[in-house]
Design a binder for this molecule. Structure first.
Ligand code: ADP
Length: 415
């Protein structure tokens, strides 16, 4: 089946076209046909379209809305210029898989989208006011372009973390706040944590219930997950993606009293402080330079910039503290797994995080660490390291495509 994977943001659409099916999944033989991203929808959009084995095509065009972007993607995929030989008309797309950010407590697995499911996603808008409306727009746009008859599946960022026990997901707030408003830890990046934990057990040739790992998704957004016997039992993001690790522009954990303090001292509203914590904090806040880890490392190295170095140090220190906490929460683990743009590529950040974990039995192998970058996967610790470390590039789109196939074919999902 040819699956169109859509990740719709407020002004962007990322997509992949993946050929997969039940047997192909079993053989790990799924085929990526194309990928691309359309940004700045609503104005002169920037379009990147990339068919497998060909040069990426870049252009701009005025695009009014998400629907116009989806139309453009399918028109291109079917055209001669894309060169995708197995997609000649709309009928050659057999199902669509959507990344949906928030599934609340209702969605514990990926599901085929019905009107009732769509209402369920709408009910979660309160919990993800920026993301879920954009995801819903993507779903309705795809219905308009492909017709209501084409199966569409929703794959939720929160679903993998629905196995958290109540002691991990509840905040120490008055309990009625949870009962009334469902204020609790949900966690995000679930598809990524789930994918790398799955790849890890493939690499080690072990069963799901033998999978005891800490997964570190370090990209622009960052989160850690404690995975015990294959299930997520704790994760660092909370009700929203603001909690936990230091991120590109988000503060992660802080004393909640700081919010009022900043508001009073700086004359800001609660909303403005929330924006400050989400958009002007983290790496960019500390360094005053950039949210881009690669640039920060270069600044620290080439110009000995003190605040760039400090931002990197605080980032790594926070990750290390979470590793320690999760080892305690899960009664030990077999491995830590790095993924996301920073986790997959930065030899230096991985070394800084692991430096100080020797006591826990983690012996980083410098040569192996230096070799794992640019999409390569593998072990980066010594063979005799008690706690192993791996780099596993994430592939959320592949998992979304596979879940879509499983939903359509009615076969159980491997969570
Ligand atoms: P997103 O969360 O938006 O998907 P990514 O997972 O692509 O983001 O991660 C982006 C981050 O990865 C940026 O901070 C970028 O600087 C960092 N990154 C990418 N390549 C490297 C590298 N070689 N060294 C250090 N950081 C890198």
């Amino acid at each position: 089946m040819n699956i169109l994977v859509l990740n719709c943001g407020s002004s962007s659409v990322k997509f992949q076209l993946i050929a997969t099916d039940v047997e192909l999944i079993a053989q790990n033989a799924d085929r990526r046909l194309a990928r691309g991203v359309i940004e700045r929808i609503g104005g002169e959009a920037i379009i990147t379209l990339h068919a497998e084995g060909r040069e990426a095509q870049r252009s701009t065009a005025p695009l009014r809305d998400t629907r116009a972007a989806v139309e453009l993607i399918i028109r291109w995929a079917c055209s001669e210029t894309s060169g995708i030989d197995t997609v000649k008309s709309v009928a050659d797309v057999h199902a669509i898989g959507h990344r949906v950010v928030h599934g609340g407590e209702r969605f514990t697995h990926s599901v085929l989208i019905t009107d009732e499911v769509l209402r369920g996603i709408e009910d979660c808008i309160d919990l993800a006011p920026l993301h879920n409306p954009a995801n819903i727009k993507g779903i309705t746009a795809a219905r308009e372009v492909f017709g209501v008859g084409l199966p569409q599946a929703a794959v939720f960022d929160t679903a993998f973390h629905q196995t958290l026990p109540d002691r991990a997901y509840l905040y120490a707030l008055p309990y009625q706040l949870y009962r009334r408003h469902r204020i609790r830890r949900y966690g995000f990046h679930g598809t990524s944590h789930r994918y790398v934990a799955y790849r890890y057990r493939q690499l080690r040739n072990i069963a799901r219930d033998e999978t005891n790992v800490i997964t570190l998704h370090l990209g622009n957004g960052c989160s850690a997950a404690a995975i015990r016997r294959g299930d997520s039992i704790d994760t660092s993001m909370g009700l929203t993606p603001l909690e936990g690790l230091v991120m590109g522009t988000r503060s992660g954990d802080l004393d909640p009293a700081i919010i009022d303090f900043i508001a009073a001292k700086e004359g800001l509203s609660a909303q403005e402080v929330e924006t400050l914590l989400n958009k002007q904090s983290g790496l960019i806040g500390i360094s005053g330079l950039t949210n881009d880890m690669r640039e920060l490392l270069a600044e620290a190295r080439e110009h000995d910039d003190r605040r760039a170095r400090l931002a990197v140090e605080i980032f790594c220190y926070r990750v290390r503290k979470y590793i320690g906490a999760y080892l305690a929460a899960m009664n030990g683990a077999d491995a830590i797994i790095f993924t996301g743009g920073i986790g997959e590529n930065s030899v230096e950040v991985r070394a800084l995080i692991c430096d100080g974990l020797q006591w826990l039995g983690l012996e980083l192998d410098e040569e192996r660490n230096a070799a794992q970058r640019e999409g390569r996967e593998g072990i980066i610790s010594h063979d005799n390291s008690r706690l192993a470390a791996y780099v596993i590039p994430t592939d959320e789109e592949l998992l979304i495509a596979r879940d879509t196939v499983r939903c359509v074919r009615g076969v159980p999902q491997r969570f």
